[in-house]
Write a protein that binds this ligand. Structure first.
Ligand code: 5GP
Length: 143
């Protein structure tokens, strides 16, 4: 089984480099968290490592740990801001699984699994994403 090679010009690499914009909610030396532009529910966030990894098998332990620590911060903020107990943690490995961006990322989606919207389908209103990002950022900073 061949795993897709990491491509330096993928969308998330460009976001990390600052060459493409995102609605950022948190950043540290190993991770970045930002709003998903085609959310499957209100408040859908992506957490990515600052490591060149296509999928889980390539993720170094220190980055795996950092991603989960950031995910915990994001999840607490999502619960506070959106008043939802249910937060879906999802991560797709390989095109067959439905992966569309080939830089490892964890989805955190405030929702019920049975109510999830379509994956990577409908672009959100940019002003709404900006407002959600602001609220989540403030909640993380206040924690
Ligand atoms: P995957 O299918 O790889 O698990 O998920 C990729 C996710 O990235 C999808 O949920 C999709 O909506 C999101 N996405 C695709 N392009 C962009 C983009 O340019 N900016 C942001 N913020 N999210 C993106």
């Amino acid at each position: 089984m061949t795993i897709k090679a990491y491509e330096d010009d993928n969308i998330f690499a460009k976001i990390i480099a600052g060459d493409l914009p995102c609605h950022k909610i948190y950043e540290d030396d190993k991770t970045l968290a930002f709003m998903d532009i085609m959310p499957q529910a209100k408040g859908h966030v992506l957490v990515i490592p600052k490591q060149k990894a296509v999928e889980l098998s390539q993720l170094e332990p220190e980055y795996a740990s950092a991603v989960l620590m950031t995910a915990k911060k994001v999840m607490a903020a999502q619960r506070k801001v959106f008043q939802r107990e249910g937060i879906i943690q999802m991560q797709l490995n390989g095109a067959e699984a439905g992966q569309t961006v080939f830089h490892y990322h964890v989805h955190l989606i405030p929702s019920n699994f049975h109510e999830l919207g379509q994956h990577a389908t409908t672009q959100a209103d940019m002003a709404e994403l900006a407002e959600q990002a602001k609220q989540l950022k403030e909640a993380i900073e206040a924690a």
